[in-house]
Design a protein around this ligand. Structure first.
Ligand code: NAD
Length: 333
């Protein structure tokens, strides 16, 4: 099948090309993000392959459908960026990669915790500058601290197992209780209790209308002073301005984020020669207790192999008219 692959970087080409040996699709790689302006590149392609910061709103979907696209193959688990209802109305099938490596994301959340707590980023810079002083590098034992997990699905459960191994006490907030987390001794509580009692809070729920700005001015009032907030899920889970206010007030002790509300204008590109116009992002960067990575939690070899395999399998199943277990239906939204 002829596939237009948008937002493709060297690693996408590498892993998709390798996995395609088992499928023989005609992959055409486009570096730009999918937007209303770049959508015409997909004219005549029955399949479009997109990533998380591609624009898949109603107007882009309408262009794709009018140009003959039938399948939207997402290289992601999350589909909050796709207007699923409009895709359905237009007869566009949407498929995703529901699980490629929950370990990759959970391990990155732990990496942010460890780096923030033990100030690895500051220590690295100091030692390179022959500054061996320890002032300002004081951390705390993870053992015995309380970790609150918001969303105990696939990634939340992996994360729970890792921090349980450190000897942390586990709290969780989810619509459903996970037997695996209960077995670890996790206590399910309300969001306000979780925020009030946790030393570290890690977000692992999807971005939906219900979870948009789950962390906001009101919920942050419950936060244990000095707590660490980790977000490897989606930027829209946090009201960034409210978070900044609480960092400035000293209520948030540490912030580690791999996602950012306006990340589509920044992430996955080298902007080191540009003047960044996003003042909120620049302010966030300026705090010594904030650590930002650019949506790399998924970025392991294992995850990229799984993403490529499942994406191409979705395309093959669609082409051959087979059942499509990874299809996203409007009712799931
Ligand atoms: P999952 O579907 O297995 O788990 C999500 C959990 O969130 C479920 O247990 C669900 O019940 C819970 N949940 C849903 N709505 C909720 C609500 N309103 N309140 C509380 N809990 C709620 O998903 P997953 O595979 O664990 O992935 C979680 C999220 O991680 C994804 O939606 C995606 O946004 C993010 N993610 C980020 C990266 C990255 O590279 N940074 C990579 C993959 C996934």
């Amino acid at each position: 099948m002829k596939v237009a692959v948008f937002s493709s970087h060297s690693y996408d080409r590498q892993f998709l090309t390798a996995a395609n040996q088992a499928h023989s699709h005609e992959l055409v790689f486009f570096e730009p993000r999918l937007t209303p302006e770049t959508a015409p590149l997909a004219a005549g392609f029955p399949a479009v392959c997109a990533f998380i910061n591609d624009t898949l709103n109603a107007s882009v979907l309408e262009i794709l459908a009018a140009q003959g696209t039938e399948l939207l193959a997402l290289r992601s688990a999350g589909f909050n960026h796709v207007d699923i209802d409009r895709a359905h109305q237009l007869g566009l099938t949407v498929a995703r990669v529901p699980a490629y490596s929950p370990y990759a994301v959970a391990e990155h959340a732990v990496a942010l915790i460890m780096a923030l707590n033990r100030k690895i980023y500051r220590a690295y810079n100091r030692v390179r500058d022959d500054n061996f002083a320890l002032e300002g590098l004081l951390g705390f034992d993870l053992h015995g601290s309380t970790v609150g997990i918001v969303g105990t699905g696939k990634i939340g459960q992996c994360f729970a197992k890792i921090v349980h191994g450190f000897g942390c006490n586990l709290l969780a907030y989810d619509l459903y209780q996970s037997p695996a987390c209960l077995e670890l001794g996790t206590r399910y509580v309300s969001l306000s209790t979780l925020l009030a009692e946790s030393d570290i809070i890690s977000l692992h729920c999807p971005l939906t209308p219900d979870t948009h700005h789950l962390i906001n001015e009101a919920s942050l009032q419950c936060l244990k002073p000095g707590a660490m907030l980790i977000n490897t899920s989606r930027g829209g889970l946090m009201d960034t301005q409210a978070v900044i206010n609480h960092i400035k007030a000293g209520r948030i002790g540490y912030l580690g984020i791999d996602v950012y509300e306006q990340e589509e204008n920044l992430f996955f590109q080298d902007l080191s020669d540009e003047i960044i116009q996003d003042d909120t992002f620049q302010l966030l960067q300026s705090f010594p207790n904030v650590l930002i990575t650019a949506h790399q939690a998924f970025f392991t070899r294992n995850a990229l192999e799984n993403i490529a395999d499942t994406t191409l399998l979705n395309i093959t199943q669609f082409e051959q008219g087979q059942p499509l277990p990874n299809q996203v239906h409007p009712k799931l939204d």
